[in-house]
Design a protein around this ligand. Structure first.
Ligand code: ZN
Length: 474
């Protein structure tokens, strides 16, 4: 009997058609492509640990996308260095081609590349891009733009205008104030770039409801169309700051695309401020950004519930930022020491500068501020040596209008830079870089064709896989 069963199995295998080839998966009609800028394994895990302590859960509640059945990790090096930047990594994730750092939508020989957006558009998908940084910042612009100079912000606006992006949303339109002082750059303001977008017949608006309900017209939704100013970190949100958020912009994009797109849509959503927070080595600010990013993923999961068998959700990152380590001091992480932080390091620098402008020159005022906003002394046991460091910063640098710590996106007062370092270190979180590291980045996939992402070994294979699943090629 056993023999009979065995021989039946063998013959069944021999007769099965296309053995070794899996059948072509169903085509996803709705594709969500989430990119957490700078979000690697520890940013995700740290977020889970922090909120477990903050919300007194007892045990860790996993972020939604970490529960996807399909999980993998990929390399992300660029052609110029093992450590990539958001331009080269964004290009890899958008076009499937590795390029040199600072290149957007071009290879390292400056040749323009086709992106997944071109493929999707040719196949009839409507395109949406959402970020919480500038709409012409590195990650979104890698999908529609082409330049070997990531400070070519005005050029990227022109590329956006001539692209097939139906819906775009972000903080602002970045102008040349963000770039170097160099005569080769076109001097143009955010307001002028907004005008350029409007003149092209695009509905550029600050009104989320209007953006979601616009029909038959391209939409650009921004929080600011006058100046190059980003929305605050989630951690720094105060009264009235909860309107222009990654979550609300993503909702508007889904609303608009579901009405406009008969043949399906392709929507990229970037958590861009997550990278900024990690550049500033600010763990709590990073964790809040990761959590909001996961809330945006939840919108896609809710959408998928309404459209089962038609939706694909891919969540990944472009690179790791900050070299974040969970556990530095003994065998312990002390997230409880971070619970009192209620401003980001960037916000604290702004507050201190305001105090300085108001003529406050008393150490006691600044010590109180560090205690109120970061929990130093009140919950974090600051050592005498650490206090001396902060006090020295206060006298030697702060009162003398001294130099600032130059992060990529924001400058910090030394006193704040050291204070956030002290806070993180007491919690046993350490950072090894103010920039990016070359470590692996994760992929999580859910829905139509998800298992195909198990084959990816480098981030360039992600958009290629997406293109194939949609019925095209990159
Ligand atoms: Zn970065």
């Amino acid at each position: 009997m056993a023999l009979a069963v065995a021989s039946f199995c063998v013959s069944a295998l021999l007769q099965s058609p296309n053995r070794g080839e899996s059948p072509a998966p169903k085509k996803p009609k709705y594709v969500f492509y989430f990119i957490g800028d700078g979000m690697s394994f520890n940013h995700i895990l740290g977020t889970e640990q922090f909120f477990a302590v903050k919300e007194n859960k007892g045990e860790i509640e996993r972020l939604n996308f970490t529960k996807f059945d399909t999980r993998n990790f990929v390399t992300n090096y660029s052609t110029s260095n093992p450590v990539t930047d958001s331009a080269a990594a964004g290009t890899a994730l958008a076009t499937g081609v590795k390029t040199a750092n600072a290149c957007i939508g071009v290879d390292d020989q400056d040749r323009e590349l086709r992106s997944i957006l071109d493929v999707a558009s040719e196949l009839g998908y409507k395109i949406g891009l959402v970020t919480n940084v500038g709409i012409n910042h590195a990650t979104p612009s890698c999908f529609y733009g082409h330049t070997s100079d990531r400070f070519g912000f005005p050029k990227l606006v022109n590329d956006y205008i001539s692209s097939d992006v139906a819906f775009i949303a972000g903080s602002t339109i970045m102008d040349m104030k963000s770039g170097p002082e160099d005569p080769k750059y076109e001097k143009v303001t955010t307001a002028q770039l907004a005008e350029r977008i409007r003149n092209a017949g695009i509905e550029l608006t600050l009104d989320i409801d209007k953006a979601a309900k616009t029909r038959g017209k391209r939409v650009a939704l921004v929080a600011n169309d006058k100046e190059n100013k980003h929305v605050p970190y989630v951690l720094d949100r105060r009264e009235g700051d909860d309107y222009h958020t990654l979550l609300n912009h993503s909702k508007a994009a889904i609303d608009y695309l579901s009405r406009e797109a008969e043949d399906g849509f392709f929507l990229m959503i970037e958590g861009g401020k997550l990278d900024y927070a990690a550049h500033e080595q600010d763990a709590v600010a990073t964790f809040y950004e990761v959590r909001e990013f996961a809330q945006a993923v939840q919108l896609a999961l809710d959408f998928a519930e309404q459209h089962p068998d038609e939706t694909l959700i891919v969540v990944t990152a472009d690179h790791e930022t900050g070299g974040m380590s969970l556990g530095w001091d003994h065998y312990e992480i002390r997230m409880n020491l971070l619970l009192k932080q209620r401003s980001s390091a960037v916000q604290l620098t702004k507050t201190m500068q305001k105090m300085r402008a108001e003529g406050k020159r008393d150490w006691a005022d600044y010590k109180k501020l560090l205690s109120d906003e970061f929990g130093l002394w009140s919950v974090v046991p600051v050592t005498a040596e650490e206090e001396k460091l902060l006090k020295d910063d206060f006298y030697n640098i702060f009162l003398k209008y001294g130099p600032m710590v130059d992060g990529l996106y924001n400058k910090s007062e030394y006193i704040v830079y050291h204070a956030i370092g002290i806070l993180n270190r007491h919690a046993s979180i350490e950072w090894t870089s103010m920039y990016h590291t070359g470590m692996y980045t994760p992929i999580f996939a859910n829905g139509v064709g998800e298992e195909k992402f198990l084959e990816c070994r480098d981030q360039t294979e992600i958009p290629k896989t997406l293109a194939r699943l949609m019925g095209g090629q990159l």
